[in-house]
Design a protein around this ligand. Structure first.
Ligand code: GLA
Length: 441
């Protein structure tokens, strides 16, 4: 598995003869002394002035077309990239669809079967794109997925090439959108990648404002092309969280937008991503979601506690739940995590309010998420490596603006729990206490 990821990474890196894009770990956005917005951890030279974003946003709003009424709750499903990367093929996608049904995941809400990068073949003389040999008949595959009561997603880039170096949609947006609709595609992930060096840097060298306008216009162009098909297609923007996509993605029809660089199946990476989500909650609402990347539950060497925490936190964040594991070979304990209905209910809560980090103390973070009907979810996460028993954590209900003992359900044990102010919690490393309180006081 790691071999797949590595070779995919190399392919990706080789395909892009410029600063790290797909595999960069996006850091915290900072305001530079000269007023520009930068992303220091990637060292990438893109830094747009915040006013550029506002201007690009206004331009996009002027050309806004009606919303497509999809993704009223965060999309749920499976995506091929995190485990299979470039090894994805027709058979693997069919197997994933079969397993979504057999495992009960479909019935728990996982309906999108999303093919990520490396399905693309060549364009013919008319510009029509064909899938490569791994996907002999995309329409037949889509029909198969639909016959299982599932939906199907696909991937492209606004640039000439995708992140893995395959054919992108530049100059063929309408044609590609029509093709997707004809195949029966229900979801598009649109990944920036080569659009930066091949369009933004070439057409507007040294003009960051113009580059930003080009980028926003490219996403708007595909939005129009998708809407022109008349088919409801979820539109997922993959832009690594650079240039505050949460501020402008909804205005170009984005139903979700990546808020970070790529996830990997490591606790440190997962926790770094979680930390970057604090403060973005105000941008999420039904039809518009922050996307901290696809799930790694069941991948790599993540411990069970880490899988639980990862899944719990994605639910607190109202994040898309796109499983990224090898479904036919999923262990029962991983299936139990992914199909926990109480966690899914938090993620899919109809109020659509993303959780906030209420407070942190040392290595422990406390997240809160308001739920429909006045209910509340609380997640207490021990992010540290060693804090256990000898260094218990005392939960402050006062800091959560709660008064007196709170009775709820401990989601991972399934048992009732009463939380008291100052209560001592013993959380193993990287583990979580997730509680739903239906009537908080
Ligand atoms: C980028 C994206 C990933 C994946 C790859 C495919 O890295 O962020 O999620 O889609 O491209 O090449």
């Amino acid at each position: 598995m790691m071999r797949f990821r590595k070779s995919a990474s190399l392919l990706c890196a080789a395909a892009l003869a410029f600063a790290p894009i797909a595999l960069a770990q996006t850091g915290v956005t900072a305001i530079l002394p000269d007023g520009r917005i930068a992303i220091p951890s990637i060292g990438y030279p893109f830094a747009f002035h915040k006013n550029y974003a506002a201007r690009a946003l206004a331009a996009a709003q002027a050309s806004q077309v009606p919303s497509r009424m999809v993704a009223q709750t965060p999309p749920m499903g499976w995506n091929s990239w995190n485990y299979f990367a470039e090894k994805v093929d027709d058979k693997g996608v069919r197997n994933a669809a079969d397993e979504l049904v057999a495992s009960g995941m479909r019935d728990a809400g996982y309906v999108y079967v999303n093919i990520d990068d490396t399905w693309e073949g060549q364009r013919d003389a008319s510009g029509l794109l064909h899938a490569n040999a791994k996907f002999p008949d995309m329409k037949a595959l889509a029909d198969y997925v639909h016959s299982k009561g599932l939906k199907i997603g696909i991937y492209s880039s606004p640039g000439p090439r995708t992140c893995a170096g395959y054919e992108g949609s530049l100059g063929h947006e309408e044609q590609d959108a029509q093709l997707y609709a004809q195949w029966g595609i229900d979801y598009l992930k649109y990944d920036l990648c080569s659009f930066i060096p091949d369009v933004m840097e070439k057409q507007a060298p040294n003009d960051k404002a113009a580059q930003m306008r080009l980028m926003v216009a490219a996403y708007a162009k595909m939005d129009h092309a998708l809407k022109a098909t008349g088919r409801p297609i979820v539109y997922s923007l993959c832009q690594y969280g650079w240039d505050a996509p949460w501020e402008w993605a909804p205005s170009v029809g984005g139903n979700l937008w990546r808020t970070t660089g790529d996830i990997t199946p490591d606790w440190d990476r997962i926790y770094a991503i979680v930390s970057q989500q604090a403060g973005l909650e105000k941008y999420a609402s039904p039809g518009h979601w922050n996307d901290p990347d696809m799930l790694e539950v069941g991948n790599g060497k993540l411990a069970l506690a880490e899988n639980r925490s990862h899944f719990s936190l994605w639910a607190m964040l109202a994040a898309p739940l796109l499983a990224g594991n090898d479904l036919p070979n999923m262990k029962p304990e991983i299936k139990a995590i992914l199909t926990n209905r109480d966690v899914i209910a938090i993620d899919q809560d109809r109020l659509g309010k993303q959780g906030t980090r209420a407070y942190s103390e040392g290595e422990v973070d406390v997240w809160m998420r308001p739920l429909a009907g006045g209910a509340l979810a609380i997640a207490v996460v021990n992010a540290g490596d060693n804090r256990y028993v000898t260094h218990p954590f005392d939960l402050s209900l006062t800091k959560l603006d709660l008064h007196g003992p709170q009775t709820g359900k401990d989601i991972w044990t399934g048992k009732p729990i009463t939380l008291n102010d100052g209560q001592t919690l013993e959380l193993a490393r990287h583990d979580v206490l997730l509680v739903r309180i239906d009537a908080p006081k």
